[in-house]
Structure formats: C-alpha cells, structure tokens
Design a protein around this ligand. Sequence first.
Ligand code: NAP
Length: 280
Amino acid sequence: MAISRYAVLGYPLGHTMSPFIHEKLFAIHGVSAAYEKKELPPQELPQALPALRKLDGFNLTIPHKSAILPFLDRLDDRAALYGAVNTVKCNDSLIGYNTDYIGFLRALEDGGVSLSGSVLLCGAGGAAHMMAFEAASAGCSLTIAARPSGLPRARGLAEEIRQKIPGAAVSVCTYDAIEGDFDLLLNATPAGMYPHPEAMPVNERTVCRCRAVFDAIYNPRETMLLRTARLNGSKCAYGMPMLVWQAAAAQEIWNGLPFTAGQVAPVIEEANWEMERVFR
Ligand code: NAP
C-alpha cells in the first residue's frame, strides 16, 4: 500500500510536537503515512508550492497561516472567517481549513469549561483572533486585553467582530484597566510559556476574579496562570488537548476517519510526557 505523505510548515519550527502527535494519531487508524517537518522562510513559500502539491496534505504554523491564502483553490467557512489556514488537503486542488477552533472547543470541553457569559481574552494575535470569534459567535460578552503596543491590533479585531457578527458585545482595554469579574479567562499570549514559566498575562487578583481559565500554552502543561486558577478553586483547561484535537481534526479532513475522546486522551498524555522529556 502506498504511503501517504504529510508535513508541517513553519519558520522557525524549533522543536515542534506535530510529527510526534500525528504519528500517534495515524497509528490509531492504521494509516500508513509519513509526516515531516519543513522549516520554510516566509519568502520561500511560493517556490515551495510545486513540492507541496505532491503531498497528500500539510499543516501550517507561524508565519504561513495567512500567507498561504492566495495559493489555495478553496477555503472552508472557518478558514475564510479567520483569514487563517492551518490544514491543507491536496488533491487536484488545494483546499484550506482551520482546525484550531475545533481544538480550542474540545480542550474547553475536556476541562469541563463552558464558553459562555463574560469572557476576558488576553492577546490579539492569531490564536486570540480565533478565540474571539468563537466567543462572540457563542454569544459571550467579550473583553479583549492588550498591552499598549497591541491596542491598535486589539481594536482592529474588535471592529472586525462587530462587522461580521452584528450585535456582538466586545470591548478592548489594557491589562491595568481590567475591571470586574469574568466567567472565563482565555490566555492567547505566550506569557508563561517555556522558558519563562514564572510569567502570567494578568496579575493574581484578576485571575482570582475569573470562574474558569483556559491557557492555550502547552509547554509547561500547568502554567503559572493555571496553577493560580487551580489554587483559587477555578475550573481549568489547558493547551495540549487543543494541539492534539486540532491534529485529529486535520487527519479527519485528510482521511475521513474521525477520532473518539477515548482514542485522543492517551495521545494527549503521551504528548505531555514527550514534551517533558524533550524540554526538562
Ligand atoms: P501571536 O500571533 O504572536 O500573538 C501573540 C499575542 O500575545 C499578541 O497579541 C501579543 O501582543 C501578545 N503578547 C506577546 N507577549 C506578551 C506578553 N509577554 N504579555 C502579554 N501579551 C503578550 O501568537 P499566537 O499564534 O496567537 O500564539 C499565542 C499563544 O498561543 C502561544 O503561546 C502559542 O504557543 C499558543 N498557541 C497554542 C495552540 C495550541 O494548540 N495549544 C495553538 C496556537 C497558539 P503584542 O501585539 O503586544 O506583542
């Protein structure tokens, strides 16, 4: 049987967990596939396309998620909404998808966290863009917090949401101007990520005013933000389930084979162990 070929594209890629996770997921359904990492500088994306078309599919990460758009023949609805693609299926044409939102929603579900009520979102970059749209689409009242340097981007995101989701309740503030209690805090910044695990995007007082917390960071498994939330008795959801579920959703697009929660849970655990092994 022919081996299917896949890859992840990014720059820089450093140590990416994608090959490890995809190999575990391919093994669950007995799919014979090779998954490699391709470190591709942004300016080399156009020249790389003929080789990419020969693959069965590929994933994209920073800085290619939006840069790939002009080269695709078709986009699914979510990829079009976010203007970002993390999964491409190659046939005679190239079709772009976004499975990050599936990973995000499944990670919340795994943590028993509901996307409802008042939401404080930290960050206004790629991951925050997706989370903001998901929160606004779910009818949440959304506050986007940003550093002073990130305010224009956060305001642009808020405006885009108001235009695409009429009636959406969305406001923007800096971290030092956050006020009130929230049902859910979403961290879509790298604050607290290895090698700076002591950092948090907001202060302890703000964390303790949030009934639930999701941190997109998956290295370390429990960030300072999540530790603070857990000790405060808040519900917690973390980043590795998001990473693994978005990969499972990509494979479902490529091969049409869905995954159950029971199949994905051990892969999340193995990915946590692998990350511990590599980084500590
Ligand atoms: P990005 O596009 O570079 O956006 C990062 C955002 O964080 C920007 O709004 C930036 O604001 C802000 N920021 C950066 N450093 C900060 C700090 N020290 N304090 C407060 N805000 C800060 O990155 P991204 O792709 O959205 O990724 C964000 C995080 O999500 C990363 O940790 C990434 O690993 C994680 N992530 C996880 C998954 C998963 O599957 N679990 C998927 C995607 C991303 P400025 O404009 O002020 O710089």
